[in-house]
Design a protein around this ligand. Structure first.
Ligand code: 13P
Length: 256
């Protein structure tokens, strides 16, 4: 049985005060380790430290929204794996569609980031997903295959152990249009088969695959209830505890 991961990607949102209040509220909701559900928040870089402090000794994990692949040095504006570790991050998001589309991240860059993060001891949440035109053109599975092949190039099964995949159809991000539970399940099943072929069935069975794209309290239960959906990567609804906590509760209900 895979443990659910409910992750909040705060993107370029919050100010220090709202970030700290939200973290404090979540730390009260997920104060102790649970066998069935893990909670993660990924605040903007400047708030990692105060958010980590507000999370205190709770079970809520801290993650970065991105990372650079080089060791510390002359890379203005970038943040190294060591730095994320140093401020308390256990996780890092890599390959988010906004970084692919707006900031021009390629599969090659994403692969370098994944490799650096693994080597440095961070757990990677690798984001993949198709654009609307690609879905309409029947290209969804081919796009996912290309992104997976790119991201996992040269990575062995022992290195990749623990990596989390987030399936985020781009047309469902921030649009209020959610993939139907059937559409999500079908993509997740495809990704799990890919992992099984590329690595092995045991690795594939252990790997958590999250769904992301307009996850809200009212659709969380049906999405998380799919056999191959092991959690959620939540954007907008992760910015308030009143909408994020019910998503955690949905995972708790399904795991209990
Ligand atoms: P929304 O939940 O706002 O659609 O964002 C999803 C997302 O991109 C999470 O990484």
């Amino acid at each position: 049985m895979r443990r659910f991961l409910v992750a909040g990607n705060w993107k370029m949102n919050t100010v220090r005060q709202s970030a700290v209040s939200l973290a404090a509220e979540l730390s009260a909701v997920a104060s102790t380790e649970e066998a069935g559900v893990e909670v993660l928040v990924c605040p903007p870089y400047p708030y990692l430290l105060p958010v980590g402090e507000a999370l205190g000794g709770s079970a809520v994990r801290l993650g970065g929204q991105d990372v650079y692949f080089e060791s510390p040095g002359a890379f203005t504006g970038e943040v190294a794996v060591e730095m994320l570790r140093d401020v308390g991050c256990q996780y890092v998001l890599i390959g988010h569609s906004e970084r692919r589309a707006i900031l021009g991240e390629t599969d090659v860059v994403i692969n370098r980031k994944v490799r650096a993060a693994i080597a440095g001891g961070l757990t990677v949440v690798l984001c993949v997903g198709e654009q609307l035109s690609e879905r309409q053109g029947g290209q969804t599975e081919a796009v996912l295959d290309r992104q997976m092949e790119g991201a996992f190039a040269g990575i062995s099964d022992s290195e990749a152990l623990g990596i989390v995949i987030a399936y985020e159809p781009v047309w469902a991000i921030g649009t209020g249009v959610t993939a139907s539970p059937e559409q999500a399940e079908s993509a997740h099943e495809h990704l799990r088969k890919w992992l099984s072929r590329r690595y092995n069935p045991d690795f594939s069975e252990k790997t958590r695959i999250l769904y992301g794209g307009s996850v809200k309290p009212d659709n969380a239960l049906s999405l998380l209830g799919q056999p191959n959906v092991d959690g959620a990567l939540v954007g907008g609804a992760s910015l308030k505890s009143s909408t994020f906590v019910p998503i955690i509760e949905a995972a708790r209900k399904l795991s209990g």
